[in-house]
Structures are given as C-alpha cells and as structure tokens.
Write a protein that binds this ligand. Structure first.
Ligand code: GDP
Length: 322
C-alpha cells in the first residue's frame, strides 16, 4: 500500500443476539463472511448467579458455538462435558436445577474471578472469546447487570432462569420486567458497532426476553433506528410456533398475536427487511403493508450449511456487497 493511503475499510456486520437460535444463525453468517467481520451484541438480562458464580447463558452459547465446542444436541453447554462438580455440589446445595458442566464451570470461575478483580464484563467476555479462538467481536449489551423477571398468573415475579428452567416455563405469563436498567448503560462499543455496520441483523431470538432488553437501552434503539434501511430481522416464529422455547406462551400472555406478524410488529421502524419461513408465506403481504420488505425463505437452521444459506439470503436482501 502506498505511503499515506489508509487501509480500505472492511464492511462489518453487527448482530443482536440471544442464545441458541442466534448462535446457530451466527455460525452460518460466519461461514458466509468470516468471523472477523462480525460484531455481536448479546443479551445479558437472563444472566444468573449459581454457587456464587456469574453465569451468562447467552454470551456463553454464542462463544461456545462460534468456538465450535458447543454441545450439538442441546445447542448450549460444551460438547461431551461431564457433570461431576454439579453432582458434588448437590451435597451442599441440594438437587441442582440448572445444568452446568465441569468444563463450563471453568468459564464461570474465570469470569467471576476477573469481575471480582474489577474487570468489566465486556473485557472478560473478550478474554473468554479469545481463549475459545472466537474471532468475532462478542460483546455484552451492557457492563452493568440487568435482570429479567417473569410473572406468571398466581405467582410472584421470578428471575428468568427460575421461570424457564426450574419451573419449565409453566403458567400463563402476565408480565415481563427488566430490573436494573436505570443503573445500566448500553455498552458504548456495542452502540458504535451498530452505528458503523454496513448491515445489522436481529438474529432469530426471543423478541420479548432476548431482544427486548437490548432495545430498552435508548442508545441501542436509536442506533438501530438510524440503521433501519440496512437492517433485517429473522422471525423466530415458524409455521405459527416458536422453533423452541416458550415464546408463544409469552406472546399470548402479553397480548401479542402468535405469528410472524406479531413479531414483525415489535420490530417496526427498527429494521427494513423481515425474513419469514416458506411455511408463513401467506403473511408476506401483511408484512409488506407494515412497511417491511418481506423475504420468504427456509429459516429452519437444521445444519450449519442451512444457516449459511439463510445468512446469505439475508445479506442479499440488504444488498450487502461486503
Ligand atoms: P434461547 O435459544 O432459548 O437461548 O434464546 P433465543 O432468544 O436465542 O431464542 C430462541 C428463539 O429462537 C426461539 O423463539 C426459537 O423459536 C428461535 N429459533 C431457534 N432455532 C431456530 C431456527 O432454526 N430458525 C428460526 N427461524 N428460529 C429459531
């Protein structure tokens, strides 16, 4: 390169991500454009403390998947992990309800000790990602804690993991709240990544508990709004149902229509492209009427190759030249 010339700027892609659904998509996206180009902003509102350790399920799922060590059967945790520590802890704490593998524990121990030393969550996350040879930039939505609480009919508000895992998402969801937002600030690097990206993608994640906490930050919402023309979202609802998880119960409970249209309404003015499955093609016209460019394709990511095809379709719809 001639002296004085600056290096050509490589177009980057930013994504908003929850856990397993998002991670599968990101692996496909990485197959298309390479991990180095990805800035991934991850929900941390479903973080929880177990045995005094800070566990960040969505961050870890994204890192383990991009680091190619995720358990392929569950989508979360580490492949071929063992559970001896959890078994031994039962002596002191009683029967566990949240599965943490032995290798997985190492991540939580490292994270917790670094946080205790005063490191920021974003700093520790970058360290963990690099130890798993992840080349995408994986960032928490905030360095400060935010916590999702779910209220089901007849019970007091429960922290998210208690609702999802301990009580298996039973009951009628009446309320979803995010605690700690007043004291939290969106990660500045995440906001900058969204603003500077050539394409922004809301991964197929739960809009009410994985994406909503990120959009609660004014700075993230504003960055997405300003990127709307180059932004897309992929529906986590396929054929009128979530591919997995309790999204249908949450949507119904909060009065949203359980369909791709119900999800699209949540992303109005934030993205211009809305991606739905062939199974929901009859909604394409209604989605166009909401102001989106509808894209109809295969959205079930059974294999990394299928996820890569989906990512390619999304990038094409956004005219991402790279
Ligand atoms: P987690 O995976 O439960 O940690 O949480 P996420 O917020 O990532 O969301 C899971 C959502 O992703 C669910 O609502 C699923 O319906 C959706 N999902 C999972 N796998 C797929 C898939 O292959 N295709 C699509 N379109 N959505 C998916």
């Amino acid at each position: 390169m001639a002296h004085g010339q600056s290096a050509p700027k490589i177009a980057r892609i930013a994504a908003l991500a929850g856990g397993v659904g998002a991670a599968k998509f990101l692996r496909g996206l990485a197959l298309c454009v390479g991990q180095q180009r990805l800035d991934v902003v991850v929900n941390t509102a479903d973080d929880e403390e177990f045995y005094g350790l800070r566990v960040c399920p969505d961050l870890d799922t994204v890192i383990y998947t991009l680091g190619a060590v995720a358990n392929p059967r569950t989508g979360w945790g580490i492949a071929r992990d063992t559970f001896a520590t959890l078994g031994a802890l039962a002596r002191f704490y009683g029967r566990p309800w949240f599965a943490l593998g032995d290798r997985d524990f190492a991540t939580h121990l490292f994270r917790t000790s670094r946080l205790r030393e005063g490191a920021a969550l974003s700093e520790v996350t970058a360290e963990i990602a690099s130890k798993f040879a992840v080349r995408a930039r994986v960032m928490p939505m905030s360095d400060e804690p935010v916590r999702t609480f779910i209220t089901v009919r007849g019970s007091a508000p429960m922290p998210f993991q208690e609702y999802l895992v301990r009580s298996r998402a039973r009951g009628r969801v009446e309320r979803i709240e995010f605690h700690g937002l007043k004291r939290a600030r969106a990660l500045p690097a995440a906001v900058a990544a969204l603003k500077n990206a050539a394409a922004v993608i809301i991964a197929p994640s739960n809009p009410l508990v994985s994406v909503a906490p990120m959009l609660e930050f004014g700075a993230i919402k504003a960055a997405l709004r300003s990127a709307c023309e180059r932004a897309a979202a992929i529906s986590p609802i396929v054929a009128g149902r979530p591919v997995k998880g309790p999204l249908d119960r949450m949507m119904r409970g909060l009065g949203h229509e359980v369909s791709v249209l119900g999800v699209a309404r949540l992303y109005r003015k934030l993205v211009s492209v809305f991606v739905i499955d062939h199974a929901d093609r009859r909604y394409a016209q209604a989605i166009a009427e909401l102001g989106f460019k509808p894209v109809v394709t295969d959205t079930i990511m059974r294999t990394p190759l299928r996820a890569a095809r989906l990512a390619e379709t999304v990038l094409r719809a956004l005219n991402f030249g790279g």
